[in-house]
Design a binder for this molecule. Sequence first.
Ligand SMILES: [Zn+2]
Length: 570
Amino acid sequence: MNFFPTPYADEILYSTLARYCIRSGNAREIHNFEDLFGTRNCIASLELPTHLDALINNMPVGAKYTAEDFIYQQTLFPFLAAFIPQDRAEKIIETMRNGEGAVSYIRIGLISNSITLNQYFRFCPECFKEDIERFGEPYWHRSHQVTGVFICSKHKIPLYNSTELIRAGNRQRFISASHHNCIVEKEINYSNDLMGKMLRMAEDVEVLLNNQFQFREPEWFRSQFRVKVIEKGYARMNNYIHQKKLKQGFIDFYGHEYLRLVQSTVPDKSGGWLSDIVRKNDRTTYAIRYLLLARFLGIPIVDLFNTKLGFNGEDENNIDAYQELWDERLLELAKSGLSIREIANILKSSTKTIRKAIDRLEIEEFWKFNGGGKYLHNKFTDTEEFKIKRKKLRARWIELHSQYPDKSSNQIRKNNDGVYAWLKKYDSEWMEKHYRRIDNKVNYVDWCKRDAELLPQVKKVVKEMKEGKPERITWTTIGSKLGISGWLSKRKEKLPLTKAYIESELESLEEYHIRKIKWGIAELERQRKEITLWNLIETAGVRPKYMKVILKEIQDILSERGYEVNFLKY
Ligand SMILES: [Zn+2]
């Protein structure tokens, strides 16, 4: 090129290139492509042009343009790419400099978001007139070509479709704005309401076009929106967004008609772009939609990009209060015996959120046990399972206190929160009675009290050991049954009642074997098996060498029971 037209204010690059084509005097359009890009193998693209490095290389000597200047000042890139992550934006810039056109449209998501881009070049009749007065020729304005912008922000009047298709034919020519293609056939009149919304959008789009904001990850915008979504009462701190309420508020704010015009309707059913934008996912959507949401939530565009939004004190208090109400409601519903799913439905929340809250509020035990709604409409505390559970947890609480005689209930609770929380909730009277308070300064243990508490437990254990298959009764076996073998026999002097009882029940090895034999005989009778020495050895589990020692006693037992076998002959 031996000249390059100076771009006008708000002129899109396509238009500047079209002016070049008019002035170049080339007989055939395709020669203009060779001048501009050094190749015939490319197309005229309005929103995201390509081959910009070649264009810079072909500039006349002394021209000071850069590809980045064009991209930011004369294409729709700063608008279309405003909300995509940096790595993707950089790839699009690379494509615009050296790649093929379609790739940028895919990368920016214009294809996957099923946005129908404008069909025709657009113009403002007032700008058209002014441009001719001022520059002697009309041109395509960049801000007028944005899909979703319906108003000239300068003149505050509707934009009109020209008769020129943006994507027509082989796209190997650049077409200028002119009296032939910029005709107002029929005046457009929008309602005042629509005009207001359209004007605000036009202004927001201008802000994007005229700034080079930092690229941000989807998480950034999500968190920015979230702050305001919570502030406006559409969500709570615990991640739960009231999607239906948010959608309704959004629709009330914009109206269906306008949302249809900007291709951003919100579906009645779950999902849709609005839910996606505030939810945790990395999808990006059409830039217009971020602007719609920001405006709805009252976030200025500059703040959306540059100011990390947070909560001020007062809002935080409101949120706490809100949270409290929500928690209360959850507790209430939890007591009603509804399943997690049913509660999630009532609170318009996910089961995951409910589970998290249950965990936080320490009411999880109930559901774990409740089988997620097995006892629907039954009072939990009336169920048999409740009683079993209470018995189990009471035993566990006692066991923990036996295991750690020097620890207070407060200390024991720390590692056994579930047991404590459940009993505190469902068995609070019992819990109060069995709460061990220790004066930390002297670490005082009431051994008298403990002795008295331990005795019935030991009696119970011994009784159980005497029933069923015999086990030898010793300090160690009793201790391990109670989970206190670590200290029971060591502290026996401090437990006079328990000591006296255990010592009365202790068995010698011989006594123990005799008890085993008695049980073995009864067992053989029950199984209707013959009483032979070997059957008895096997069933009772007494080794032959010990049998010899007590053979006399065995014979006596058998004779007493009326058996005529003679074991003494062995
Ligand atoms: Zn205008």
